[in-house]
Design a protein around this ligand. Structure first.
Ligand SMILES: Nc1ncnc2c1ncn2[C@@H]1O[C@H](COP(=O)(O)OP(=O)(O)O)[C@@H](O)[C@H]1O
Ligand SMILES: [Mg+2]
Length: 324
C-alpha cells in the first residue's frame, strides 16, 4: 500500500480538538521494593511527562503531524508551564487552555513496577472544567472532537450531552470520539449510555468495557456497546484489540515490543486511529496504525515520551504499510 503523500506533514485542513484531562505524570521506575509507611525506597530512574488521557492524546496526535488543540485547565505555575512547553514542542495548540491563577496544576505520581503501578493523584483543577467554559468557536476547522476521562471530569458531567448537541448543531460534519478511561469511584453508572448514543467512535479497554456493559468478557461487551455507538474499539493491552463497526468485526494481536512502561499506551493507540481517520484511511488501516502507536509507546518511559519515539512510530508505519 502507498501511503497518501505528505501524510506526516502538518496542515490546517486536518485538525482535532481534545476536551478532557491534562496533568503532570511523575514516573518513578526501577524501584527496589514496595512502599511502606515510615521507610524510604530508592528508584533508579524518574521521568516527568505530560499526563492525563487528554494531554497524552494531544501530544501523540501532534507528534504524528496532526494539528491538535486541547481544551483543559492548568495552574499558573511551574508544572503548568512545563505542560504547555512540552505540548508545544510536539506542535500542539495550547491557545485554548484555561490557565487559572492560584490553582495547582494536576499531578499524578506513578510508582512503576514491571507488572503494575501505584498512582497517587491531586487533580482538583481538572475536575472543575465546565461545559459553559468551552467556547464553540474554538472548534472551528476541527474534523474530530475527542473527549477523554468522562468519570473524572466531574464539572463537565452535567453539561456533557448539551455540549455534544451544540457542537453537532454548529458543525454538521464534526465526528465525536470518546475514551472514558477508568471510573475511580468504581460505580460505572448507566448514565454513560445517553452519551454513547451521541458519540461516533468509542475507545475503551477490556476492564472498562466489561464494567460499562456488565458483560463477562470483552467480545460480549463490545457487541453490547455497539448497539449504542457506530464504532467500538476495545483495547486488550499486550493481547492487541477487537473492534466493531456495524456488522464488520476487526481484531489483531499486539506488535512485538521491548517493553518498558505502559503509561498512555491506550491514548497513543487512540491518537494513531484518529491520525488514520483524518488522513482518510480505511478502518482496518486506522487500527493497524493505532496498534503500532500503542505498542511502540510501551518501549519508552512516559505517555508522551520524546521526539525519537514519534520518529520510530512513523518509520514503523511507513515500513509496515509500504511493505504490503
Ligand atoms: N505490552 C504491550 N505490547 C505491545 N502492545 C501493547 C502492549 N500494551 C499495550 N499495547 C498496545 O496499546 C494498546 C492500548 O493498551 P491498553 O493497555 O489496552 O489500553 P489502556 O491504556 O487504555 O488501558 C493495546 O491495544 C496495544 O495495541
Ligand atoms: Mg485508557
Amino acid at each position: 500500500m502507498i501511503l497518501p503523500p505528505g501524510i506526516f506533514k502538518r496542515t490546517m485542513n486536518k485538525r482535532c480538538t481534545v476536551i478532557g484531562d491534562l496533568n503532570i505524570d511523575f514516573i518513578l521506575s526501577g524501584l527496589k521494593g514496595l512502599p511502606e509507611l515510615g521507610r524510604e525506597i530508592i528508584a533508579n530512574k524518574y521521568y516527568l511527562d505530560i499526563g492525563g488521557s487528554g494531554g497524552i492524546f494531544s501530544a501523540a496526535l501532534s507528534g504524528l503531524g496532526i494539528e491538535t488543540g486541547i481544551i483543559s485547565k492548568t495552574g499558573d505555575d511551574f508544572f503548568g508551564s512545563f505542560l504547555i512547553k512540552k505540548l508545544e514542542s510536539f506542535g500542539a495548540d495550547t491557545s485554548n487552555l484555561i490557565i487559572e491563577d492560584n490553582s495547582d496544576t494536576g499531578i499524578t505520581v506513578n510508582l512503576s513496577y514491571e507488572k503494575d503501578k501505584f498512582q497517587i493523584s491531586s487533580l482538583k483543577l481538572i475536575f472543575s472544567l465546565e461545559a459553559g467554559e468551552i467556547s464553540l468557536k474554538d472548534l472551528k476547522g476541527t474534523g474530530i472532537v475527542h473527549f477523554t476521562s468522562y468519570y473524572v471530569m466531574n464539572g463537565l458531567k452535567k453539561g456533557y450531552c448539551g455540549l455534544i448537541d451544540s457542537i453537532r448543531e454548529k458543525y454538521k460534519d464534526i465526528k465525536i470520539s470518546m475514551d472514558t478511561n477508568d471510573d475511580p469511584e468504581n460505580k460505572w453508572g448507566d448514565e454513560i449510555y445517553k452519551i454513547l448514543e451521541k458519540v461516533d467512535i468509542f475507545f475503551t479497554n477490556e476492564k472498562e468495557a466489561i464494567n460499562i456493559s456488565k458483560k463477562s468478557n470483552a467480545y460480549d461487551a463490545m457487541n453490547k456497546l455497539s448497539d449504542h455507538v457506530d464504532t467500538v474499539i476495545v483495547k486488550l493491552g499486550p493481547r492487541g484489540y477487537i473492534a466493531r463497526a456495524g456488522n464488520r468485526e476487526y481484531k489483531d494481536k499486539a506488535i512485538q515490543v521491548a517493553y518498558k512502561d505502559s503509561t498512555g499506551a491506550g491514548d497513543n493507540f487512540n491518537a494513531g486511529y484518529i491520525f488514520g481517520l483524518l488522513n482518510g484511511l480505511s478502518m482496518s488501516r486506522c487500527l493497524d496504525i493505532a496498534n503500532i502507536c500503542g505498542g511502540i509507546t510501551t518501549e519508552y518511559l512516559g505517555g508522551a515520551g520524546n521526539h525519537a519515539k514519534f520518529e520510530k512510530i512513523k518509520e514503523k508505519i511507513k515500513s509496515q504499510m509500504e511493505g504490503e
